[in-house]
Design a protein. Structure first.
Lengths: 163, 164
């Protein structure tokens, strides 16, 4: 059974994950696929840009944050995805081979009115670089199944009532 | 890319469309969002989504790719006409991103942007900030994705001078 249910996300609880190194190859490959701007691809062009050097696509940084959220706790939870993201701030450039850490703080929780077998958890996510500077913040809610309530994320054979 | 002054607020641009394949959905999910409903058909069937669907970050990053490609086309056309081209800067972030509907295997998402607001930057002479709403719509006309972006965009030289 998963370790983390909606009930385990109490206000103020902090989850941390990382560090994770962001290799140049992966960073540039992401930019080539999804954000092919010179400041993310080409050293010489990037030096002339506002960020003064090669920097990661913000969408790569978001995707890495998602991976760290999954590896940090979502993989062992009753996650049912997310309805969206309230706000992302890209505060500082992320450079090739930077190491980042994720910190997730529970800000608010509520049971879904439409689907009482699940709830919403609103997090303040922070991505910190090797010198503990925040490179990105994200305010977003996740949907999670509740403990002891049958739900779509639980295999049919394991649901209460079908046991 | 046009300069800040030359983009009318309210202008709506069709960026193009993209079809999400099983392989691409799983490849993105393996790297960045390895949750069962993005990776495994059987698990996805049992999930809230009912079938394999793309990571929301995959559908959002695709909006970025189509916008960059649109800007590159516009830049090439302007250069061909001998016009000066504005530089694009980085983005400070985005807000109100909503994954309104799942994007399933085979769905074709058409992306648009609509410019909503612009201003000359007070901290960066020669630059402005332009805001726009991004919307992704599936082949049934249903909105699947929506978010508000803001990005630094170069001003015309005369505006930059006047502001300094």
């Amino acid at each position: 059974m998963p370790r983390f249910y909606w009930e385990d996300f109490t206000i103020g609880r902090v989850f941390e994950h990382g560090p994770r190194r962001l290799p140049r190859d992966e960073m540039v490959a992401f930019a080539a696929e999804f954000d092919p701007q010179p400041m993310h691809l080409d050293e010489a062009a990037a030096r002339e840009s506002m960020l003064h050097g090669l920097s990661a696509s913000g969408w790569y940084v978001c995707s890495i944050a998602m991976r760290m959220i999954v590896d940090g706790f979502v993989h062992d939870s009753t996650s049912r995805g997310a309805p969206g993201v309230d706000e992302v701030k890209w505060l500082l450039p992320v450079r090739p081979d930077d190491e980042v850490r994720l910190r997730a703080t529970v800000m608010e929780t509520r049971v879904s009115k439409g689907r009482p077998d699940m709830g919403f958890v609103r997090f303040a996510f922070e991505l910190l670089n090797g010198t503990d500077q925040r490179v990105m913040t994200m305010a977003a809610s996740l949907m999670l199944g509740r403990r002891d309530l049958p739900g779509a994320d639980v295999p049919v054979g394991m649901r209460r009532g079908s046991e | 890319m046009r300069f800040l002054e030359d983009i009318p607020i309210g202008e709506r641009v069709q960026l193009g469309s993209h079809t999400f394949t099983t392989d691409a959905i799983k490849s993105f999910a393996r790297r960045f969002d390895p949750q069962p409903f993005h990776l495994d058909e059987a698990a996805a069937k049992r999930s809230l989504f009912g079938a394999l669907c793309a990571s929301g970050w995959h559908t959002a990053a695709t909006a970025m790719r189509l916008r960059v490609q649109y800007q590159q086309r516009e830049t090439a056309q302007m250069r061909a006409r001998g016009e000066p081209v504005a530089a694009l800067g980085p983005s400070p972030g985005f807000r109100d991103l909503k994954w309104l509907k799942p994007v399933y295997v085979g769905d074709t998402i058409s992306y648009t942007i609509e410019y909503t607001e612009k201003r000359v930057s007070s901290s960066r002479p020669g630059w402005g900030l332009i805001s726009f709403r991004n919307v992704g719509t599936n082949q049934n006309g249903e909105a699947v994705l929506s978010f508000m972006s803001v990005v630094f965009l170069e001003c015309r030289k005369e505006t930059a001078k006047g502001a300094s």
